[in-house]
Every structure is written in C-alpha cells, then in structure tokens.
Design a protein around this ligand. Structure first.
Ligand SMILES: Cc1cc2nc3c(=O)[nH]c(=O)nc-3n(C[C@H](O)[C@H](O)[C@H](O)COP(=O)(O)O)c2cc1C
Length: 345
C-alpha cells in the first residue's frame, strides 16, 4: 500500500483517488516523514495555483517555506508539536505566495498510519480564507468604532446631566431666596422643565442612535418626578404604555410636552382633593397618541398663558396636534397626536 501511494504520488496516474486529488480545487499535499525534514512528495495543481510556485520549486521542501515575518510563531509551534506526536491538527496560518503576497491558510494536517500504527505520510489540505478574515477584521473595526461612539455618547450624556442638575440647583437657590410667590412659582416651573429634560439623560444611553429612547420609560420617569416634586401623595398615576422607540431628536420636545401636560394636570385638576391620572401611549395607524387623563375638576391653565403657548409651540415643532375633551363623569382628557413617521426610529 505504501509503495502504491508513493508510486501514484510520483506519477499521479492510475489511481482514482489520486485523480480526484489532482483535479480538486482544494489545495492538497503529501509529505514523507521518513525523509529528512518531512519534505513534500506530492502537490496538486490547486496547491501550485494557491501559492504561485511551480511543482519543481515545491517538491522536496518542507512546507515552512510558505511562512514569513507575519506568521504567528505560537501557531507554528502548535503545528510542530502535533506533527512530532503524529496527531491530526488544524490551524489558520498566515502564509506567503511566491510573489510575496499573503493569504490566510486554513490548514488541516492528518497523519497517515499503516495497520501497525507506523507513520507513513502526512496529508494536508489548504484553504484560502483571506476573505473571511477580512470580513471578520472589518466587523471588529466596526464594533470598535461603535464602542467608541457609545462611550462618547455616555460621556456627553453624563456631562449634559451634570449641567442640567447645576441649572436646576441654581434656579432652586434663586427660588428659595425670593419672597415673591409669583417669582417662586415661575422658577419652580422652570425647574420642572429642566428636570424633564434631565429625564432623557437619566435613562440608559442607547448604544446606537438608531436604537432611540423608550418613550414609555421617559413618560413614567417624568410623571413620577413631577408627582414626587409636587409633594402630593394623594395623586395616583396609572400607565398604559405601548412600546415606542423615539428618535433622540424628538425626545427633548416630547419630554417637555409630557412635562407640561402632566404638571398642568397636577396643578389644576385636583386643587383640594385626591385624584387619579392615567397616562397612555397608543398607536393609531400612522399616529402616535399620548393621552393624559384626569378625574379632576376639569380646569385647565388659563388660555393664552405661557404654559399653553409653550405646549402649542412644542407640539407644532414635531408636527403634532392637541385636543382637550371633558371626561365623563369627571375630569378631562388631553389627547396629543403625532405623526409616528417623524419621531419613531
Ligand atoms: C503535510 C503538511 C503540510 C503543511 N502545510 C503547511 C502549510 O501549508 N503552511 C504552513 O505554514 N505550514 C505547513 N506545514 C507545517 C510546516 O511544514 C512545519 O511542520 C511547521 O512550520 C512546524 O515545524 P518547524 O518549526 O520545523 O518549521 C505543513 C506540515 C505538514 C506535515
């Protein structure tokens, strides 16, 4: 059998297996470990095409001539150890063609023993996986760029949050130092607005701009902050929030709008008794609907005031509309409609 392989390796004729090895597009070689330095005794055409050498140039040489300065030495040591102990081994190794160009070689080496366990040959196949490598490297680079971006976003978010906290602290100091109740009320409203914007930065920063903010989380956070800040423990809030991911660009306006509508309800709807607020997010075809419902006395802010003007301006800014209806039997429903296409990610 040994002689048969040696002969067919030499001539490459007569044996159907040898014919298949010769014709395949997979590069293949056979080496002879009984000769000094385990030289190549057979190389198929695919191996010659892959490496750019002629048959004459490769026959009789150990395969390490394919290696070069960029080849990983640990991988070579692993190959050496496996070959020495006559084990099969696979590895990806950087190899060099005759013209000096490189390729990533997915190498598989198998030790061929006879029935008595005596080592006869090594058989190897070589596959050029450079393209897959390039893709993996590209993916790693993209991942690294995204990581850097996310880090930057977190840092910016952190700074913005600190700045907003500082503004709120300054307004609060100003409010405490004022004896005029109207000035104090105006400053406290301004603090509420700064807090609403702050809610954007208290949420986890999205890894990627395209992921956007969860509007439900934002609504919940703003409403909770407002109820806590009002000092009223007789206002219950319930939520019915459909999932919506909104663009960072629209998030600031929406946070302020929700802040205004909810704080207005807290201020005007239940002046002297307990109450209930229901906040809803729903989809109606192409529209995102935000509803703030209360069971209060039905009052709203006086028309034409700053509060109403601000709400109108913010709603218009993102293409929305605003409708207030009485609620049966008590209270009112503020319904805000926004074109989902403008604000959803
Ligand atoms: C059958 C066979 C095929 C091999 N093919 C390759 C190859 O395509 N590329 C490569 O870098 N090393 C290949 N090697 C490994 C080297 O020939 C050599 O064993 C390795 O460099 C470790 O030994 P060394 O430290 O003496 O160089 C092959 C080894 C055998 C036995």
């Amino acid at each position: 059998m040994t002689e048969r392989i040696r002969a067919s390796a030499r001539s490459g004729k007569g044996d159907p297996f040898a014919a298949a090895v010769r014709a395949t597009r997979m590069a293949m070689i056979i080496t002879d470990p009984r000769q000094i330095d385990n030289p190549i005794i057979y190389a198929n055409d695919a191996f010659l095409r892959l490496t750019g050498y002629t048959r004459l140039e490769v026959m009789g040489r150990n395969c390490r001539f394919l290696q070069g300065p960029g080849t990983d030495l640990d991988t070579v040591a692993r190959l050496r150890a496996a070959i020495r102990s006559e084990r099969d081994v696979s590895a990806e190794v950087l190899n060099y063609r005759k013209d000096g160009s490189t390729f990533h070689n997915a190498l598989f080496i198998s030790a061929v023993h006879d029935e008595d366990g005596t080592l006869l040959f090594f058989f190897a196949s070589q596959l050029d996986v450079s393209e897959r490598h390039a893709l993996a490297e590209e993916r790693d680079r993209t991942r690294a760029a995204l990581d850097a971006n996310a880090l930057l976003l977190r840092e910016i978010g952190h700074r913005a949050r600190n700045d907003l906290q500082m503004i709120a602290a300054m307004l609060s100091l100003q409010s405490r130092n004022s004896t005029d109740p109207a000035v104090r009320a105006a400053l406290d409203e301004a603090i509420g607005r700064v807090d609403a914007l702050g809610a954007l930065y208290r949420q986890p920063v999205p890894e990627d701009e395209r992921v956007g903010h969860d509007l439900g989380d934002l609504v919940r956070e703003i409403a909770q902050t407002l109820v806590e800040a009002s000092g009223r423990n007789d206002i219950a809030v319930t939520y019915d929030l459909a999932p919506f991911r909104i663009r960072p660009k629209a998030a600031g306006s929406l946070a302020l709008i929700v802040n205004e509508v909810v704080s207005s309800a807290i201020r005007h709807a239940f002046p002297s008794r307990a109450g209930r607020l229901i906040l809803r997010l729903a989809r109606d075809g192409e529209a995102l609907i935000v509803t703030v419902e209360d069971d209060g006395i039905g009052a709203t802010a006086a028309g034409g005031g700053f509060e109403a003007t601000l709400i109108d301006a913010l709603i218009r800014q993102i293409g929305g509309t605003n409708r207030i209806q009485p609620r049966n039997p008590l209270g009112k429903v503020v319904e805000l409609r926004f074109p989902a296409g403008h604000i959803e990610v």
